[in-house]
Write a protein that binds this ligand. Structure first.
Ligand code: G3D
Ligand code: MG
Length: 200
């Protein structure tokens, strides 16, 4: 699910392997951000403690089409008092992963407010957004359509490419597919930016 900007671009094969992408992992506290990070890094479940500041890891990820891509993830604490820091971590970021707890219907409105706030920051205009609908393994998790509506993803506008990915971070389900989409969106945006620069 997304706004149609994430189709596989044909120029992927031209991208060098050593490229590293800066990705900020954001979301409310307890959504599963740190679990996502360590699942991607160690390919196993790591018991987490609430993040006081941030975790930063460079991780090589195998994506579809035999691509191996290095991501530099910044997992920033999601407690209310830490959210003002998000702005610093998204400065010059290639992409944003916003993790939501699919069971936490009560805080979906709060997640929506924070998500829109960060997406609309002037530095983040056009930065691709992967929304991870996490904890889909739990019985009362909301479905994708409902999450899309509650987060008002369509209101992000055509300038922000986004993709909504169902996932279960403790097992790892959905994470690689989501990163695949994010990577495609990042490359597509870079191509557009390059073309715009050439025209000037
Ligand atoms: P945060 O970094 O966003 O604050 P954490 O969140 O990664 O610390 O995770 C918060 C809690 O959610 C953890 O449980 C973690 O195990 C759990 N969690 C993360 N992802 C999933 C998932 O996909 N499914 C389920 N069922 N639980 C998940 P604790 O018990 O340690 O608070
Ligand atoms: Mg954390």
């Amino acid at each position: 699910m997304g706004n149609g900007l994430s189709e596989q671009p044909s120029f992927i094969s031209n991208v060098p392997f050593f490229q590293s992408f800066h990705i900020a992992i954001l979301g409310l506290d307890s959504a599963g951000k740190t679990t996502v990070l360590y699942r991607l890094q160690f390919n196993e479940f790591v018991n987490t403690v609430p993040t006081k500041g941030f975790n930063s890891e460079k991780v090589k990820v195998s994506l579809g089409g035999h691509r191996t891509v290095t991501f530099h993830f910044w997992d920033v604490g999601g407690q209310e008092k830490l959210r003002p820091l998000w702005k610093s971590y998204t400065r010059c970021t290639d992409g944003i992963i916003f993790v939501v707890d699919s069971v936490d219907a009560e805080r979906m409105e709060e997640a929506k407010t924070e998500l829109h706030k960060i997406a609309k920051t002037s530095e983040n205009q056009g930065v691709p957004l992967l929304v991870v609908a996490n904890k889909q393994d739990l019985r009362h998790s909301l479905g994708l359509d409902e999450i899309e509506k509650l987060l008002a993803l369509k209101e992000l506008g055509p300038g922000t490419p986004w993709h909504l990915q169902p996932a279960c971070a403790i097992i790892g389900d959905g994470l690689r597919d989501g990163l695949d989409k994010l990577h495609d969106m990042i490359l597509k945006r870079r191509k557009v930016l390059r073309q715009q620069r050439k025209k000037r």
